[in-house]
Design a binder for this molecule. Structure first.
Ligand SMILES: Cc1ncc(COP(=O)(O)O)c(C=O)c1O
Length: 413
């Protein structure tokens, strides 16, 4: 386990990696080069303690730790599974280095804690993931950090909201449930002009469809529970830093003692291998299904930036290289019983939290904790995660749901 960990987990040199297309990276990054026997995947290392052969070796690893070498010293520092995943995801997201967290929400908290101190002000998009928002409103508030929420469409207008003590502008694009596309380069320019750090939750697009760092982001939160792991059997978060924010992220993550388990890193790497083909399939099915949904009389609007009719289409086209399988629909006015009739008996769409897995899910949007600058004024909002089932079957399931909704309306007329 000791020795040059880079040799251990990186089959390919960085020059080779730079010339690789994303699908090749997904197949080859984070693999085992020198295990005995030489296996395709990094063998699973379950360990708390790493043993050293001598005091001299112990001292040498301590020195290398200060130099930021990737040497395993103890279960939470640089162990093979975590390092393989961290380095692979850092490359795929286009950042400098990454750390694992035991969930996406823990990664949201870790990214924020890495860059705030008492007395600071955080600007957070009003469209951000609800529990992350609550972390700011409760935990950060107790720490003496104030958060205000801004219109996700603020763009360069964010400059007017910056205060002398604003140290973080938190973004999520497209936004949770309502899918507003943010002008990340304009926001980053305004934030950097005042020395603030930009954080992006890049769960929807992943580094395959949005290179956050090229658009000015400093820290990426990647809830890898979604498209990276993708099998609904593991919770995983990563935070990816640029070179500027890495020292703070590293310190705070280790101070917090945060680390995902080797088994969960193993499963996430395994999920990641197929992310390219999965995302292309999610995109193709979601496009087909959203276009069909636009023709339905029960649907007032489909919120999916890859549709030309979507208000975020122009920005999405400019900055993203693809769209994934998550979108919402706004239903024409209907009551709770009608909504339940539609959702309760889907055969293929499971009713449950999360998204991005191989299986389709549905969830009514819960905006109770969100939208202080832009309250949702539309009809019932329902979010769908399109899985890898055949799109025809999914359309049939959705169609049956609309029929049940209309039957319930007729029944109570
Ligand atoms: C946009 C977004 N960010 C972060 C998270 C948190 O991820 P996890 O479920 O791994 O804690 C979620 C979960 O649904 C999410 O949708």
């Amino acid at each position: 386990m000791r020795g040059k960990i880079n040799d251990y987990i990186h089959i390919l040199s960085s020059i080779q990696q730079k010339n690789m297309k994303p699908d090749t990276q997904l197949s080859h990054l984070g693999r085992s080069a020198v295990s005995t026997p030489k296996t395709v995947n990094v063998p699973l290392h379950r360990a708390s303690t790493v043993l050293f052969d001598s005091l001299a070796e112990l001292h040498e690893t301590q020195r290398q730790w200060d130099l930021d070498e990737q040497i395993p010293t103890y279960g939470i520092f640089n162990m093979p599974q975590a390092l393989a995943l961290e380095n692979a995801v850092a490359d795929i997201e286009g950042g400098y280095r990454a750390v694992t967290y035991p969930s996406g929400l823990a990664a949201v908290a870790g990214a924020l804690l890495a860059v705030v101190k008492a007395g600071d002000h955080v600007l957070m998009t009003d469209s951000s993931y609800g529990p992350g928002r609550r972390f700011c409103e409760t935990f950060l508030k107790r720490m003496g950090v104030e958060t205000t929420f801004y219109d996700p469409l603020a763009g360069a207008g964010i400059a007017a909201l910056m205060r002398p003590n604003t140290t973080v502008v938190y973004t999520e694009s497209p936004g949770s449930h309502t899918f507003e596309v943010q002008d990340i380069p304009a926001i980053a320019k305004a934030a950097h002009a005042q020395g603030a750090v930009v954080i992006l939750d890049n769960a929807w697009a992943t580094g395959l469809f949005f290179n956050a760092f090229e658009h000015g982001v400093d820290l990426v939160v990647q809830p890898a529970t979604k498209y990276y792991a993708a099998h609904s059997d593991v919770l995983m978060g990563l935070v990816i830093a640029n070179a500027k924010t890495w020292p703070q992220l590293k310190q705070v993550t280790y101070q917090l003692g945060q680390r995902a388990s080797p088994d969960d890193c193993f499963l996430t790497l395994r999920g990641m291998r197929t992310m390219g083909v999965r995302l292309r399939q999610h995109q193709s099915s979601a496009l087909r299904i959203t276009k069909w949904l636009q023709t339905r009389p029960e649907v007032a609007r489909v919120l999916y930036p890859a549709l030309e009719s979507d208000p975020g289409y122009a920005l999405w086209k400019r900055d993203f290289t693809g769209a994934t399988g998550l979108f919402s629909i706004e239903l024409n006015p209907c009551n709770d019983a009608e909504l339940a009739a539609m959702i309760d008996d889907y055969a293929l769409f499971g009713l449950g939290y999360s998204w991005g897995g191989f299986e389709s899910l549905v969830m009514p949007a819960d905006l109770r904790y969100g939208r202080s600058t832009s309250p949702w004024r539309g009809g019932p909002l329902v979010r769908y995660s399109i899985g890898l089932e055949d799109a025809d079957d999914l359309i049939q399931d959705l169609e049956a749901g609309f029929s049940r909704l209309m039957q319930e309306r007729q029944r109570t007329k």
